[in-house]
Design a protein around this ligand. Structure first.
Ligand code: SF4
Length: 356
């Protein structure tokens, strides 16, 4: 039976923009303009700065340059930076990741790279003993903390390291000095209960990727208890950690939800999520990829902040924005807390002029 003539059909009441999908109300295939549901609006507030810091760029460049000069494989001790996407893409180029040097075969000529987090002194010593060609991608700001600890030790001071146990940076800093020379302080309670050998001969250093506020509280308590304690002029928390936290502090109070692009084992990414929560953001989520997002958590939101930890590439921020763009009409703005121009040169043996 022919369909009812167009002019005599009941008018479709669908409230949607142009398309040629079937009209569900009337069961008729419409070839003329019909309407699709409009996407709800969503304001995206991008935190700036976010993502890669100078130390991470240098570490990744170290592996890539070593691959370009010496070819595959290049061994890397520990994840070069705490990001699976970065690690996987270096693997496809020929990097082999190991946790300990013992996993690397003897007599290899391949370069061995130490990660951005730094290593205990025993690691380069072991690499030398096994005649490995090692390349140190330790961030220069972590190396600076190692030097501070060594100076305090030379001056005979008892040293406190404010940081999180088991994090590779903390393991590396503890490993700069003999066992027992450094005491780890993880919490304000640790600072309140610590008993020094000599309260007038103390020093502290800090992990670079801590919460600014937590660390300030711990340092304040130590200074109150031990007024003669020596320490860095400012804490050792690096510029990148500081700036990313400042940007989150600006954005978190004015958005309904905030996503931190980063890995669960990335200290600075975890701190960003905590900062967002403390600033009153109800939904503060750490996500490695768009596929990790639980969309039910974003139901009804009108605004979303996005930042990325210092080891998270911008391509994943774009991937996540793309996933939101499929569901929402995005209006994007950026809130900036600082300008960054830091650059750390490659290890000397990888610089273009190394052979000259
Ligand atoms: Fe260096 Fe800070 Fe980046 Fe860590 S987060 S690699 S300390 S600049």
């Amino acid at each position: 039976m022919p369909l009812t003539a167009p002019e005599s059909r009941p008018k479709c009441l669908c409230v949607v923009p142009e398309s040629t999908v079937p009209c569900l109300q009337l069961g008729l295939i419409r070839s003329e303009t019909v309407f699709m549901p409009a996407k709800p609006p969503l304001k995206i507030v991008l935190c700036s700065p976010r993502g890669f810091c100078a130390g991470v760029v240098r570490a990744i460049d170290t592996v890539e340059r070593a691959l370009a000069i010496y070819g595959a494989p290049v061994y890397v001790r520990h994840e070069i930076v705490h990001n699976r996407y970065v690690v996987d893409s270096l693997k496809t180029k020929g990097a082999i990741f190991v946790e300990e040097l013992a996993e690397i075969p003897d007599n290899t000529n391949a370069p061995v790279v130490f990660s951005a987090h730094g290593v205990p002194k025993s690691v380069p010593a072991d690499a030398r003993a096994r005649n490995f060609f090692s390349l140190d991608a330790t961030c220069p700001l972590v190396t600076k903390v190692h030097r501070e600890a060594a100076i305090h030790f030379k001056r005979g001071r008892e040293i406190l390291l404010i940081g999180h146990s088991h994090h590779p940076e903390v393991v590396g800093t503890l490993g700069q000095l003999p066992p027992g020379a450094v005491t780890l302080i993880e919490t304000a309670e640790d600072a309140a209960t610590f008993t020094p050998k000599d309260p007038n001969n103390l020093a502290f250093v800090t992990q670079t990727t801590l919460s600014i506020d937590d660390t300030a509280e711990i340092v304040e308590m130590l200074k109150e208890r031990f007024p003669n304690i020596s320490g860095p002029h400012k804490e050792d928390i690096c510029y990148a950690t500081t700036n990313r936290q400042l940007a989150v502090k600006k954005v978190a109070p004015v958005v309904d939800a905030l996503i931190v692009v980063g890995a669960p084992n990335s200290s600075n990414s975890q701190r960003l999520r905590e900062v967002a929560e403390r600033e009153g953001c109800r939904i503060a989520i750490l996500a490695q990829r768009a596929g990790d997002l639980d969309w039910s958590r974003f139901h009804g939101i009108k605004s979303l902040g996005i930042t990325a930890g210092a080891s998270a590439p911008e391509v994943i921020v774009e991937e996540i924005m793309g996933a939101f763009a499929e569901r929402y009409e995005l209006h994007v703005e950026t809130v900036s807390a600082a300008e960054e121009n830091e650059f750390f040169p490659l290890p000397r043996s990888l610089r273009p002029d190394a052979a000259e």
